[in-house]
Design a protein around this ligand. Structure first.
Ligand code: GLN
Length: 496
C-alpha cells in the first residue's frame, strides 16, 4: 500500500493507473489532496474549497473501479479556475462584481471532466476576469508561487491569470487544473511554476459557461505536472459543443497515444523575430538548449521569419480590451452579483461598476471603449484587425515548411509579488512570446526546460498548426525527456 502522504506526489497518469490497479482508493487519493489543499492555504491558491464534493465523487469512483467500470479520469482530483461556471458552486472570476453568483449551469469543459470521472477539489484564484500576468489583480488577493529564489524567502508571483491553477498543481494540491488562455494565461503561469500547460487551438474546447474575457482569443486548456498528464486531460476537456458556435466539430485524437512517437524528422521553426532585445541571456541560453535537445532527438531546426510578430503585443492590447469592454457590459448590477444602489438607474450602474471592478479591469474597459469609439475605430481597432490577419498569414507561411515552432515561453522567471504593479506596460510585456498564438488561434504549450541562475523554473514554448496539438505535445514530450526537470518547489501542500 502506498503511503497516503505520497499520493500527492504522483503524476495524474500514475494516480490513474494506481487506482485501477487498486494500489490505493479514490477516497485515499482525495483525502490526501484535501489535506494538501488545507496545508497549502497560505499560498491562497483556492478561492472556494469543495472537499465534500470531492469526497462524494471519490465514493462513486471507488464503486465504479470495484465494478470494473472506471472512466478515463476516474477519481482524479482537480482544481478548477474560478472562471468556469460550476453548477451550485460560487463562481467569482476573481472579481467583486460577481459577489454571490452561483451558476445554475455547468461549463461544458468542466461537465466533460466530471463525465470522465474527475472530482473537483475547489475553485482556484485568478486575475480579475483573467486580466493580468501575476494574479495580483484578483479581488480575492494575491497567490504565492510555491517556488522561492535560492537563499531568498520573499514571495514570488505564480504568474497569471491562471495563477491559482499553477500554484495548486506545482504545490502538489491537485493532480491537474483547468486554465484559460487569452494571451498567455495558461502558458506563462505554467512556466513560472515549473509545470506544463497547453492552450489548444481556438475552437478545440467549448467556451460555453466560461466567463468571457475576449471571445475571439479565449481558450480553455489543462495545466499539469507532465506532458502526458496534460495530454490526458486535454482529450477529455476537448470536443464539439453545439452550445458554442465557435467550437469545432473535429474528432479529438488520443493525445496520449501520440506522445511517444518521438520527433525524428520533424522540422522545428526557430523564429528570428523572437530574439527580442533585452531578453536575459539565460532565456536565450535555454532556447538554444531546447533547439539542441530537439536536434539530438532527430528533429531539424529551421530558421523561419514571422515578420509581423513584433506587432503582436500592441495588436493584442487593442483587440483584447475591445472585446472585454463589450463582454463586461453585462455586469450592470441587474443580472449578476453585486448591486450598489443609486438615486437613478444610471447612478446604480455607475456605483455598481465603480465598486465592483478593480483598477486593471477599469483600465481595460476604458481602453476598449476608446479604441472602439467613433473617430478612433479605424485608427486602432480596424488597424489591429488588419495586423492580426498578417500575423495569421505569417504562421500559415511558416507552417508550410515546419511542423512546429520553438520559442521561450516568457521573457523572465517569476518576479516578486508587487513588482510591475505600478507599470502596466511592463506587466503587459510578460505576454510578448505568447500572444501571437492567441491572435492566430494556434495551439501553444509551455514545458519546463530548466532553472534560472537563482533556482526558478523557466519554460519553453512549442507552437503548432491548427488542430495539431498532437505534434505540439510530442515535441513537448521530447523536451521534457531531455530536460529531465525533477526540481521541486520549496512549498508544497503535500508531504515533502
Ligand atoms: N496577461 C494577459 C492579459 O492580461 C493575458 C491574460 C490571459 O491570457 N487571460 O491580458
Amino acid at each position: 500500500m502506498t503511503m497516503v502522504s505520497n499520493l500527492t506526489d504522483l503524476t495524474l497518469a500514475e494516480a490513474r493507473d494506481g487506482l485501477v490497479a487498486r494500489r490505493f482508493s479514490a477516497a485515499e487519493l482525495v483525502e490526501a489532496h484535501v489535506a494538501a489543499v488545507e496545508a497549502g492555504r497560505s499560498l491562497n491558491a483556492f478561492i472556494t474549497e469543495t472537499p465534500e464534493r470531492a469526497r462524494a465523487g471519490a465514493i462513486e469512483s471507488d464503486r465504479r473501479i470495484a465494478a470494473g467500470e472506471a472512466r478515463p479520469l476516474e477519481g482524479l482530483p482537480l482544481a478548477i479556475k474560478d472562471l468556469f461556471c460550476t453548477e451550485g458552486v460560487r463562481t467569482t472570476a476573481g472579481s467583486h462584481i460577481l459577489d454571490g453568483f452561483q451558476p445554475q449551469y455547468e461549463s461544458t469543459v468542466t461537465a466533460n471532466l466530471w463525465r470522465a470521472g474527475a472530482v473537483m477539489l475547489g475553485k482556484v484564484n485568478l486575475d480579475e476576469f483573467a486580466m493580468g500576468s501575476s494574479n495580483m489583480t484578483s479581488y480575492h488577493g494575491a497567490v504565492e508561487n510555491p517556488w522561492r529564489r535560492r537563499g531568498d524567502n520573499r514571495p514570488l508571483t505564480p504568474g497569471g491569470s491562471s495563477g491559482g491553477s499553477a500554484a495548486a498543481v506545482a504545490g502538489r494540491m491537485a493532480l491537474g487544473a483547468t486554465g484559460t488562455d487569452t494571451g498567455g494565461s495558461i502558458r506563462q503561469p505554467a512556466a513560472f511554476c515549473g509545470i506544463v500547460g497547453i492552450k489548444p487551438t481556438y475552437g478545440r474546447c467549448s467556451r460555453w459557461g466560461i466567463v468571457a474575457f475576449a471571445s475571439s482569443l479565449d481558450q480553455a486548456g489543462p495545466m499539469a505536472r507532465t506532458v502526458r498528464d496534460a495530454a490526458i486531460l486535454l482529450r477529455e476537456m476537448a470536443g464539439h459543443d453545439p452550445k458554442d458556435s465557435t467550437s469545432v466539430n473535429l474528432p479529438v485524437p488520443d493525445f496520449e497515444q501520440a506522445l511517444d512517437q518521438g520527433v525524428k524528422g520533424l522540422r522545428i521553426g526557430i523564429p528570428k523575430e523572437y530574439r527580442v532585445a533585452g531578453t536575459p541571456p539565460e532565456i536565450e541560453a535555454l532556447w538554444q538548449q531546447g533547439i539542441q535537445w530537439l536536434k539530438d532527438a532527430g528533429a531539424e531546426p529551421v530558421e523561419i521569419s514571422l515578420p509581423h510578430a513584433r506587432f503582436a503585443l500592441p495588436t493584442y492590447y487593442i483587440i483584447a480590451p475591445a472585446e472585454a469592454s463589450s463582454n463586461l457590459a453585462r455586469y450592470d448590477g441587474v443580472r449578476f452579483g453585486l448591486r450598489v444602489p443609486g438615486q437613478t438607474l444610471d447612478e446604480m450602474y455607475e456605483n455598481t461598476r465603480a465598486a465592483g471592478f478593480g483598477a486593471e479591469v477599469k483600465r481595460r474597459v476604458l481602453i476598449g471603449t476608446y479604441v472602439l469609439s467613433a473617430g478612433y475605430y479605424d485608427a486602432y481597432y480596424l488597424k489591429a484587425q488588419r495586423v492580426r490577419a498578417r500575423i495569421v498569414e505569417d504562421f500559415r507561411t511558416a507552417f508550410e515548411t515546419v511542423d512546429a515552432i520553438l520559442t521561450p515561453a516568457t521573457p523572465s522567471a517569476a518576479f516578486g509579488l508587487d513588482d510591475k504593479m505600478d507599470d502596466p506596460i511592463a506587466m503587459y510585456l510578460n505576454d510578448v512570446f505568447t500572444v501571437t498564438a492567441n491572435l492566430a488561434g494556434l495551439p501553444g504549450l509551455s514545458v519546463p526546460g530548466g532553472l534560472s541562475a537563482d533556482g526558478l523554473p523557466l519554460g519553453l514554448q512549442v507552437l503548432g498548426r491548427a488542430f495539431d496539438e498532437a505534434t505540439v505535445l510530442r515535441v513537448g514530450r521530447a523536451i521534457e525527456r531531455a530536460a529531465d526537470f525533477t526540481a521541486k518547489p520549496a512549498m508544497t501542500g503535500g508531504a515533502t
